[in-house]
Design a protein around this ligand. Structure first.
Ligand code: MRU
Length: 345
C-alpha cells in the first residue's frame, strides 16, 4: 500500500500527487520551505493530508532553529508557522494542525528547546496516526448509509491520497462498505480543472478493486436523470458552524442536481474540518488558483492567449442541500447548527 505522507528519518516523505497516475514517485522534504512548496503546488492536497503535512513541516522547521534560548526559538517558530499557514487558504485543517503544534510549544515553554523539538516531532506523527484512525471510524459510521447494490457518485478525491492514509473520508465510507461485502459501484467525476477525480480517485479505486466508472463533470446530471445514481458522497475542506460546506469547485452544482433528482447528498469529514468560528459559508475564504490550470491540460495550451480566466478552487454548498454529515463522532442530520454544537460538547 502506498503512503500519502510520513515522517521518516527526519524528513517528510510524500507521494507526488502531481505525477499520478502515470508515475508513482515520492518527494522527500528536509526543510519546511520544501514542505510549504509541496502543499502549494499540490504534490500533497486534500484537507486532512494538508493538515498532517503542515504539522510535519512545523516539526521539521523547529528542528532547524539553532538556539537554546526559548524566546529566540519562539520568534523563529512563529515565522515558520505563518509561512506554512500562507500556503492554501480554504482547507481549515491546515490552520487547525498549525494551531495544535503551536499549543504544544506553548504548553512546554518552560522546558529546554531540544525537548520542545522532540515533542513537536512526536505530535506531528500522532496527528498522522489519529487521522488514519479517525477515517476508519468515520467509514464505519458512514457505511451504514450505503445499501447493497448502490451506485455512488463522488467528486474530486477524498480518499487515501487526501488524508494521512489507509481509508480517506468520502472514499473511506465507500471502502468500508466494500470491505463489509456490499456490492457497490462508484461514478467518479473527473473534476476539472486539476483532475483529482480522473487522476487520483480513479487510480485509488482501480488499485483497490472497487468498481469505478470515470465521467466528466458535466455528465453527472445525465446519469442522475437516468436513475443511475443512488447516493452522492463528497469530502469537505471547511464546514461552517451551520453546516455550509466548502469543497472542490463543482460540489455546489452537484448538490443542486442531487436535490432535483431526490438523491441523498452526504458529506464525510473529520471534526478538524469543522470551523465553528465561522458562522456560515459566506465567510469561508475561497482560493483562487493559477489560470494556467484552466488554460492548459498536461502543460499544453487549450485556450487562446489573452483570454480572461477564473479559477476558484472551491465552492460552498448550503446546508439545505446536504442530507447528512458523516464524522468520527457519528452522523448528524439537519438542523446542522445543533448537530455540530453537539459534536464539540
Ligand atoms: O484542491 P484540493 O485537491 O486540495 O481539494 C480537495 C478537496 O476538495 C477534497 O474534496 C477535500 O479536501 C476533502 S478530502 C478528504
Amino acid at each position: 500500500m502506498f503512503k500519502t505522507v510520513e515522517y521518516k528519518d527526519g524528513k517528510v516523505r510524500l507521494i507526488d500527487q502531481t505525477r499520478l497516475p502515470l508515475e508513482e514517485v515520492y518527494v522527500e522534504c528536509d526543510n519546511y520551505q520544501d514542505v510549504a512548496r509541496a502543499i502549494k503546488i499540490m504534490q500533497v492536497r486534500g484537507a486532512p493530508a494538508i493538515g498532517v503535512t503542515a504539522a510535519m513541516g512545523v516539526a521539521l522547521g523547529a528542528k532547524g532553529i539553532i538556539t537554546k534560548d526559548f524566546a529566540e526559538f519562539y520568534k523563529e517558530f512563529v515565522k515558520i508557522c505563518d509561512y506554512l499557514a500562507g500556503t492554501r487558504p480554504t482547507a481549515v485543517n491546515l490552520f487547525w494542525a498549525i494551531e495544535r503544534m503551536k499549543s504544544v510549544t506553548d504548553r512546554n515553554r518552560n522546558k529546554p528547546v531540544d525537548y520542545i523539538k522532540d515533542v513537536l516531532e512526536k505530535e506531528a506523527v500522532k496527528i498522522r496516526e489519529e487521522d488514519i484512525s479517525i477515517n476508519r471510524t468515520m467509514g464505519n459510521y458512514g457505511q451504514e448509509l450505503i445499501e447493497n447494490g448502490d451506485t455512488i457518485l463522488t467528486h474530486c478525491n477524498a480518499g487515501v491520497l487526501a488524508t494521512a492514509g489507509e481509508y480517506g473520508t468520502a472514499l473511506g465510507v465507500i471502502k468500508v462498505a466494500h470491505e463489509k461485502g456490499k456490492k457497490i459501484k462508484v461514478y467518479a467525476d473527473e473534476t476539472r480543472p486539476f483532475l483529482q477525480g480522473a487522476r487520483l480517485t480513479a487510480w485509488e479505486l482501480v488499485k483497490e478493486g472497487i468498481p469505478v466508472r470515470l465521467i466528466t463533470d458535466n455528465m453527472a446530471g445525465y446519469f442522475m436523470g437516468k436513475g443511475e445514481i443512488d447516493k452522492v458522497i463528497v469530502g469537505a475542506d471547511r464546514i461552517a458552524a451551520n453546516g455550509d460546506t466548502a469543497n472542490k469547485i463543482g460540489t455546489y452544482s452537484l448538490s443542486i442536481l442531487s436535490k432535483e433528482h431526490n438523491i441523498p447528498f452526504y458529506v464525510a469529514a473529520p471534526l478538524s474540518t469543522i470551523d465553528i468560528k465561522i458562522l456560515d459559508g459566506s465567510k469561508i475564504p475561497i482560493e483562487e488558483r493559477n489560470p494556467q490550470e484552466v488554460t492548459h491540460l498536461s502543460g499544453k495550451r487549450i485556450a487562446p492567449e489573452g483570454v480572461e480566466v477564473s479559477n476558484p478552487a472551491f465552492d460552498v454548498t448550503p446546508n439545505k442541500n446536504i442530507t447528512a454529515i458523516i464524522t468520527e463522532k457519528g452522523i448528524i442530520k439537519p438542523p446542522f447548527k445543533d448537530g455540530i454544537k453537539g459534536l464539540f460538547k
